[in-house]
Unconditional design. Structure first.
Length: 189
């Protein structure tokens, strides 16, 4: 941990891999092997397990738990009380021979997950995608897609700035996109 980070006195940060200018607020628990990038804001009542990697400039709002296997890339926003799971076949392992293997869930760069959304294990949320508040994500979300509902369904393509794209995949901010095979859309440079 470095001196340029802010760790609230009431946070339980057990690890040292906390980036520059990152803020961890009260009542957070960060386990020893978790990695948190630079310029992040980890709001109160967040739990971050050991095998979690968080990129730079990520905001994790209050009441979120990030379980083993989570990968959160740069510039991601996770809304309050968003729920992530990492066990495809949840069973108590107390007194049994069942062994648990965490599923990998990835939130790609620039994506947003709305308040109270639920994301099942093993899902990939694409670059710049947006998951609406309360959505239940049961499959991968393509890059720059807006999904809402239970189960989450595609609504429209969105720009990196969050605005709706025209049928020609252009945004009023000036950015233009092109369809990519199976992966959603990508920004033209």
């Amino acid at each position: 941990m470095n001196t340029d980070s802010f760790i609230h006195a009431l946070a339980d940060v057990q690890g040292t891999k906390i980036g520059l200018r990152t803020r961890v607020w009260q009542f957070c628990v960060v386990l020893p092997d978790a990695e948190i990038g630079n310029d992040c804001n980890i709001c109160s009542h967040v739990f971050i397990e050991n095998d979690v990697r968080i990129g730079d400039r990520v905001t994790v709002k209050c009441g979120v738990q990030l379980w083993d296997g989570m990968r959160v890339e740069d510039d991601v926003h996770i809304g309050p009380n968003a729920t992530f799971t990492n066990d495809k076949l949840p069973r108590s392992t107390q007194g049994s021979a069942n062994s648990f293997v965490a599923s990998r869930t990835t939130i790609e760069s620039g994506a947003s997950v709305g308040a109270n959304a639920t994301v099942v294990p093993g899902v990939r949320i694409g670059v710049g995608a947006m998951v609406g508040a309360g959505a239940v994500v049961t499959r991968d979300v393509p890059a720059h897609a807006l999904v809402v509902g239970n189960p989450a369904k595609f609504v429209r393509w969105i720009c990196r700035c969050g605005e709706k794209l025209s049928p020609e995949l252009a945004c009023k901010c000036g950015r233009r996109y092109r369809k990519a095979l199976l992966l959603g859309i990508y920004e033209l440079r």
